[in-house]
Structure formats: structure tokens, C-alpha cells
Design a protein around this ligand. Structure first.
Ligand code: FMN
Length: 192
């Protein structure tokens, strides 16, 4: 059987991003489990803010088509999102909006989400750990017909969550990450 491939997408471009850091830790855990893991940066897939007139005039941008095709080469996806004003940041929502408009030959629009396993995680300095962004992201992905696994990680006090070897130091965080990683692997394997 081919190796299981998981794509990890940090939802922040910021230097020193807490979410990019958590994405790196999660990617390491997937690799430890024998998964073929890819961690990308959305800086390599920059997109204009969604505008229906732009789409009518120029079509869906190449970066959205390329990202859709990259997702298609993976069996499961982890999105690690910041929380902005109790929801997902524009970078994450705009990327999903464009992906939902990609229409490759012999496919329905938004086909990339349908039945594809996703896991979601968030990191924040506050005590909720981005839980409200996760609720919003779960709703958005589910509306796109993605299979969002139940286990998730909301990493609270994310700037103090690591030891000096960049490992999560609190056992509830370790357990939540492990359960989420395991569940995405299991569901993706069943559907590959
Ligand atoms: C516009 C804006 C709104 C924010 N709103 C929230 C919020 O609702 N909840 C929260 O936990 N953090 C909020 N934050 C703080 C972010 O969680 C924090 O900046 C975090 O470091 C961003 O993720 P990153 O480090 O991966 O870039 C907000 C930050 C910005 C810039």
C-alpha cells in the first residue's frame, strides 16, 4: 500500500507565528508515526481577496488551482489556524473561498473538500486557545462537505506551552495533539 500522505497548512504568515510553530510540532508527530508529511506556507499560494467580478474576468487564480491540486495529492489535511476576533483570519477563509471555486475537468466545484479528511488546530496566547476559531473553521469545512475529525487541539497560552526542546510540556496538550494526529491518520487510512 502507498504511504499515507498528510498535508499540514499553517494559517499564518507572520514571522514567529504561534500557529506555524504548532504546525511544525504536529508535522513532526505525523512523521514520527511514519506518515509522508508535507508542511506548506500559504506565502507560496498568495491570493487576492475573493471577488466575483475578478473570477468572472480572469477565472480562479493559478495559485488556488495549484493549491487544490496539491491537496488532491494528499489523503488528509491539518489546518492550524489563528483566531481573529473570535473567528478564522481572512487568510484562512479567503483561501478556502477560492478553493471552493476551483472547477477542474470532470469535477464539481469545491470537489477538493468532499469526503476528504481534515483535522483542525489553533494556538493562541489566551486561555481559550483559539477554540472559537476552531468552531468557525469546523462549520466552514463541514459546509464544504469535508470530513472534519472530532478530535482537535486548542493550544492555550501558546507562548508558554513548550519546553526548551520545542516539545509541548503540558500533558493535556500532548494528549490532545496525539489524539488528533491519530484520528486523522486512522480516518485518512480508511479512506485512501
Ligand atoms: C485582528 C486580530 C484579532 C485577534 N483576535 C483574537 C481573538 O479573538 N482571540 C485570540 O485568542 N487571539 C486573537 N488575536 C491574537 C492572535 O491570536 C495572536 O496575534 C496570534 O499570535 C496570531 O497567530 P500567529 O502567532 O500564528 O500569527 C487577534 C489578533 C489580531 C491581529
Amino acid at each position: 500500500m502507498a504511504a499515507l500522505k498528510i498535508l499540514v497548512i499553517p494559517g499564518s504568515l507572520r514571522t514567529g507565528s504561534l500557529n506555524a510553530r504548532l504546525a511544525a510540532v504536529a508535522a513532526h508527530q505525523f512523521a514520527q508515526a511514519g506518515v509522508d508529511v508535507t508542511r506548506l506556507s500559504l506565502a507560496d499560494f498568495t491570493l487576492p481577496i475573493y471577488d466575483g467580478d475578478l473570477q468572472t474576468k480572469s477565472g480562479v487564480p493559478k495559485n488556488a488551482v495549484d493549491l487544490k491540486r496539491m491537496i488532491a495529492t494528499h489523503h488528509g489535511v491539518l489546518i492550524v489556524t489563528p483566531e481573529y476576533n473570535s473567528s478564522v483570519p481572512p487568510l484562512v477563509k479567503n483561501t478556502i473561498d477560492w478553493l471552493s471555486r476551483v472547477h477542474d475537468a470532470n469535477e464539481d466545484r469545491g470537489q477538493i473538500f468532499r469526503g476528504r479528511p481534515f483535522a483542525i488546530a489553533a494556538a493562541s496566547r489566551n486561555r481559550l486557545g483559539g477554540a472559537r476559531a476552531l468552531a468557525a473553521l469546523r462549520l466552514i469545512l463541514s459546509a464544504c462537505h469535508a470530513l472534519v475529525v472530532p478530535n482537535q487541539l486548542a493550544l492555550a497560552f501558546a507562548d508558554e506551552a513548550y519546553d526548551d526542546r520545542d516539545r509541548l510540556k503540558h500533558s493535556p496538550d500532548v494528549e490532545a495533539l496525539t489524539a488528533m494526529v491519530r484520528q486523522l491518520i486512522d480516518v485518512s487510512q480508511r479512506l485512501m
